[in-house]
Design a protein around this ligand. Structure first.
Ligand code: PRP
Ligand code: URA
Length: 209
């Protein structure tokens, strides 16, 4: 069974409270999504392997640790996942970014794929899939299946808010994929929106409503 990690760090929780507020502007919403992603990325990459190196300081030789060159890719689910990319790239400037375009059919809530572009060596990379909202879990589960079909073996999912339904779906479909969220909310409403949630993440990031 996969691990579900809820980030209860005070900085993340503070920013999340502003993000949820319906009066938060598009500008501030975008900035907060990016900042929360940056803080979550810091924790979600805690297990990246290090290698020992010797560094000459002005005083002596120090035994230090550097990233062991593990190849990582971030894969945002369009559109809303795009809002999380900048914050993560700030933390990992050499990371590669693949894109999966999915939207939820408003009637069936099933994900519909409209775009897919990955780095050519995606099958050899560790992948962090990012999408602010894990609602029914249909979009995340489908995105992760596309990546597994390309041979990706190590995948994590990073969302800002998760619903129990989405976590359950992910754990059933992909028990090998650990899930990182800033909050686990109560339930989904009849339109598949997370309650209390923050509304439509894509619309709030791009100002389309
Ligand atoms: C939203 C959100 C997720 C998906 C979550 O995307 O960004 O991708 O819904 O719902 P699910 O867990 O039930 O699949 P949406 O379809 O609204 O598209 P958008 O990001 O382009 O606005
Ligand atoms: N997608 C969103 O953007 N918000 C929700 O609450 C559920 C799915």
């Amino acid at each position: 069974m996969s691990k579900v990690c809820v980030f209860d760090h005070p900085l993340i929780q503070h920013k999340l409270s502003i993000l949820r507020d319906k009066n938060t502007s598009v500008k501030e919403f975008r900035e907060l999504i990016s900042e929360i992603a940056m803080l979550m990325c810091y924790e979600a990459t805690r297990d990246l392997p290090l290698e020992e190196v010797e560094v000459e300081t002005p005083v002596a030789v120090a035994k230090c640790h550097r990233l062991a060159g593990k190849r990582v890719a971030i894969v945002p689910i369009l559109r809303a996942g795009l809002g999380m990319v900048d914050g993560m790239v700030n933390m990992m400037p050499n990371v590669k970014v693949g894109h999966i375009g999915l939207f939820r059919d408003p009637e069936t809530l099933e994900p519909v794929k409209y775009y897919y572009k990955m780095p050519p060596d995606i099958g050899e990379r560790d992948v962090i899939v990012v999408d602010p909202m894990l609602a029914t879990g249909g979009s995340a589960s489908a995105a992760i299946q596309f990546l597994k079909d390309e041979g990706v073996q190590h995948i994590k999912l990073m969302s800002i808010i998760g619903a129990p339904e989405g976590v359950g779906r992910m754990q059933a479909d992909h028990p090998d994929v650990d899930i990182f969220v800033a909050a686990l909310d109560d339930h989904l409403n009849e339109h598949g929106y997370i309650v209390p949630g923050l509304g439509d993440a894509g619309d709030r990031i791009f100002g389309t409503k």
